[in-house]
Design a protein around this ligand. Structure first.
Ligand SMILES: Cc1cc2nc3c(=O)[nH]c(=O)nc-3n(C[C@H](O)[C@H](O)[C@H](O)COP(=O)(O)O)c2cc1C
Length: 222
């Protein structure tokens, strides 16, 4: 029974990244009728920014050589001061660990990810998280264009950042799908890019359909 964790991080309801995520889920459910879909809207239901207690969890996790959830529970049981931070963090960790596939719908904000997503990452990430064997699909929307050869290519701190993040956690099956030039339909001075935007959006929907049928990859689970 494959499990999909789907996160949305756009501040907008009429969002290109949200529409890609919704399409992915539709295709994924059709391809995996027995699949379990868990949804978290990081804007409607924001994760609280980390505090000192959450940082202490990280420190104690490292000092005690924690390798799994049970060991983390044990460390917290021995240090009641960590209970509040762990109570807030643990459900997100459990939700992530249960997933075979992580799908993230995210805008590009200021060349990287929005705070809503970064806050989830800061809250949920612990160095022992066993993410190897899982698949991640990042569905992004950008006002501009950042593909190979474009003037803004070096300004894309979103995809390289997320690739680095997942690779350190052992998750190497990461796919990126971008809908670009989303400003073109609304800004008159970008009217010449409307066709390119429509092409990017159509290609993104095609890739989403293919990826939804591909993940999770049989036999990859750690
Ligand atoms: C706070 C903010 C920052 C943005 N920064 C960028 C940026 O650095 N580069 C870019 O191409 N577009 C930028 N945009 C435009 C968004 O990436 C674009 O509107 C995208 O479609 C948003 O995703 P969504 O459609 O899923 O909401 C920004 C938009 C906002 C609101």
């Amino acid at each position: 029974m494959p499990q999909l964790l789907h996160l949305d991080a756009s501040a907008r309801s009429e969002s290109f990244s949200r529409e890609l995520g919704a399409a992915f889920v539709d295709h994924w459910k059709a391809a995996h009728p027995d699949g379990v879909h868990t949804y978290r809207d990081l804007v409607a239901d924001p994760v609280r920014p980390i505090d000192e207690g959450r940082v202490k969890l990280l420190g104690q996790s490292s000092l005690n050589g924690v390798r799994d959830l049970a060991a983390m529970d044990g460390v917290v049981a021995a240090e009641p001061g960590l209970a509040g931070a762990w109570a807030e963090t643990r459900p997100l960790v459990v939700e992530l660990l249960a997933a075979d596939v992580l799908v993230i719908g995210t805008p590009m904000y200021n060349f990287s990810v929005p705070g809503s997503l970064k806050t989830w990452m800061d809250r949920v990430t612990l160095p022992w998280l066993p993410l190897a064997g899982k698949s991640a699909v990042v569905l992004s929307a950008r006002g501009g264009a950042y593909g190979p050869g474009t003037p803004r290519e070096p300004f894309d701190f979103q995809e390289p950042y997320l690739r680095a993040y997942f690779s350190v956690l052992g998750l190497d099956d990461v796919e990126f799908v971008h809908t670009e030039l989303t400003h073109a339909p609304v800004l008159p001075f970008l009217a010449q890019f409307r066709d390119a935007h429509e092409a990017s959006r159509a290609a993104a929907f095609d890739r989403v359909r293919a990826l939804a049928a591909r993940v999770p990859v049989e036999g990859r689970a750690a």
